[in-house]
Write a protein that binds this ligand. Structure first.
Ligand code: F6P
Length: 552
């Protein structure tokens, strides 16, 4: 299958350009006025989630052209190739088979001619036994006391997914276990975590596909030392340290016994690995049954993405809308605005998922692109954002499309908190759409007692252009199943977007350079000799470090 070919040199792209010119000045308000069924006509449902995309700068013609683009770019075929296990991650010659990890069908999934489903099922079974033993106090610490704390040590994809799902599903946690995530290489973070813990009742899970990530190894070694310095012995390490890795050799060399190492596979990318044993800390927190429900929610979204016609396909619709703004409106960011305390880690999670996947400047064939790809993902939990960055969303010179995300019922239905939260969410997307005209601004100011002349002078400060697009995603409640579906929705949106742009969403070569340079800089920083061979700024900063550490 041809992966790329020109995106922007086709007749269809020209049609989209003309359509953009013809509609760019239309206010979404006009489209709502023209079409009383716009909410109904611009929404899709999948796996218990509803997407209302009626507040976008699109009409039926826009969507027709965009779906045609998806066909022309062979999106259905490319998605099928992903689900089937083709080596779509070309630069690493690997499939991207995170969907196999939640395949509840009896379909075989072949990698190099071997069905990988038995190994996946076996791993879930091992996870189940492990969770069972820890949660039922059958596996205890070296003083025979039950575990009270689990420290998950990992970074990037070996951290953000379990962290997101753990906080999203806090109401499902077993209250006898606390889960801590240690990712950053920062003495302050590890100190703050370990100072509250007792080595005798702490279990560590080292989460690293490669078992060679600098931050993870440093943190893991420091935890090991802390354990040995505070009562544990070498012989008891195996009771307290487990790992999830595809590098068995390095994990056993660290001191972890082979039966306590859970597998990872080449065909799962780090940022897509929540569904594998990387989800172990989450499974310990919420229990294996809830973990399976998370997988099931993701599976439902997979089935939707795999089988729904493009026009009803939620991830595809979101991917096309994103492309519309990036490539026609010249937008370079996208805001994620969850209206749920438990979903506060979603923007950080999606930053990695989207930006590490689609932050690419060449096509999958290696050609430098002449169009933009993945936007900057940012955001924060409502209503806090309303009192901070929403000002820019409403009146800034840039516009950033927004995803409002909202469970309709709360796990904590106190007073009318949830009605207030939801009404804030709805009024923000409404304000972005409606804006405030000059006439409205003047009338408002005059009502507050100003003369017309004064009101006219002040009005420009108060005008809000509106016409700022947003999606609203809603579902009944933040349950394991709905969170699984929500995460899978974004995975597929990102993958579909990458396929439309003709890039490889499954590699991440850009992060390697920093890692390589990091080793050289560390050597220079630790040596008292004046540093040489770097650029002037880096030399100057190394010297400042030496000076302030008293090394000079
Ligand atoms: O930051 C780059 C990256 O390779 C991520 O893609 C990955 O999730 C993370 O590092 C951690 O890698 P590992 O699981 O091998 O420690």
């Amino acid at each position: 299958m041809a992966y790329t070919g020109s995106l922007t040199q086709t007749a269809l792209w020209q049609d989209l350009q003309h359509h953009f010119q013809a509609t760019r000045d239309t206010h979404i308000r006009e489209w709502f006025a023209e079409d009383p069924n716009r909410f109904h006509n611009f929404h899709v449902e999948a796996a218990g989630i509803t997407l209302d995309y009626s507040k976008n700068r699109v009409n039926q013609d826009t969507m027709k052209l965009l779906f045609q683009l998806a066909r022309e770019r062979q999106l259905p075929e490319k998605l099928s190739a992903m689900f089937a296990g083709d080596a779509i991650n070309r630069s690493e010659n690997r499939p991207a088979l995170h969907t196999a990890l939640r395949n509840f069908s009896d379909r075989e999934i072949l990698v190099d001619g071997t069905d990988i489903m038995p190994e996946i099922r076996d791993t879930v079974h091992r996870m189940e036994e492990f969770c069972w033993k820890i949660r039922r106090n059958q596996w205890r610490g070296y003083t025979n006391r039950p575990f009270t704390d689990v420290v998950s040590i990992g970074i990037g994809g070996s951290f953000l997914g379990p962290k997101l799902a753990s906080s999203a599903l806090k109401p499902y946690w077993d209250s006898r276990l606390s889960i801590h995530y240690l990712a950053n290489i920062d003495g302050s973070h590890i100190t703050e975590i370990l100072k509250r813990l007792d080595p005798a009742t702490t279990l560590f899970i080292i989460q690293s596909k490669s078992f060679s990530t600098q931050e993870t190894l440093k943190n893991a070694n420091a935890c090991r030392e802390w354990f040995l310095d505070n009562g544990g012995t070498e012989n008891e390490l195996c009771k307290h340290f487990t790992a999830v890795s595809s590098n068995i050799e390095k994990a056993t060399a660290f001191g972890i016994s082979e039966e306590n190492i859970f597998p990872m596979w080449d065909w799962v990318g780090g940022r897509y690995s929540l569904w594998s044993a990387i989800g172990l800390p989450l499974a310990l927190a919420i229990g294996i049954d809830n973990f399976r429900e998370l997988l099931r929610g993701a599976f439902e979204m997979d089935e939707h993405c795999r089988t729904a016609p493009l026009e009803e396909n939620m991830p595809v619709t979101m991917a096309l809308l994103g492309l519309w703004y990036v490539n026609f409106y010249g937008v370079n960011s996208h805001a994620i605005l969850p209206y749920d305390h438990y979903l506060r880690s979603l923007p950080a999670y999606l930053q990695q998922l989207d930006m590490e996947s689609n932050g690419k400047r060449v096509s999958i064939d290696g050609n430098v692109l002449d169009y933009n790809t993945g936007p900057i993902i940012w955001g924060g939990v409502g209503t806090n954002g309303q009192h901070a960055f929403h000002q820019l969303l409403h009146q800034g010179t840039h516009f950033s499309p927004c995803d409002f995300i909202m469970p309709m019922t709360s796990h904590n239905p106190i007073d009318n908190f949830h009605a207030m939260l939801v009404s804030n969410c709805l009024s923000q997307s409404q304000a972005l759409l409606q804006g405030k005209s000059e006439e409205q601004a003047i009338a408002e100011l005059m009502e507050s007692g100003m003369s017309k002349a004064e009101a006219i002078v002040l009005a420009p400060q108060k005008i809000i252009p509106g016409n700022r697009p947003s999606n609203t995603l809603y579902f009944p409640k933040a349950t394991p199943k709905s969170i699984g579906a929500l995460i899978a929705l974004y995975e597929h949106k990102v993958a579909a977007q990458g396929m439309l742009w003709g890039i490889n969403s499954f590699d991440q070569w850009g992060v390697e350079l920093g890692k390589q340079l990091g080793d050289k800089v560390l050597k220079a920083i630790e040596s008292p000799e004046p540093s040489e061979g770097f650029d002037g700024s880096t030399n100057g900063l190394i010297q400042a470090f030496h000076r302030m550490q008293g090394m000079l």
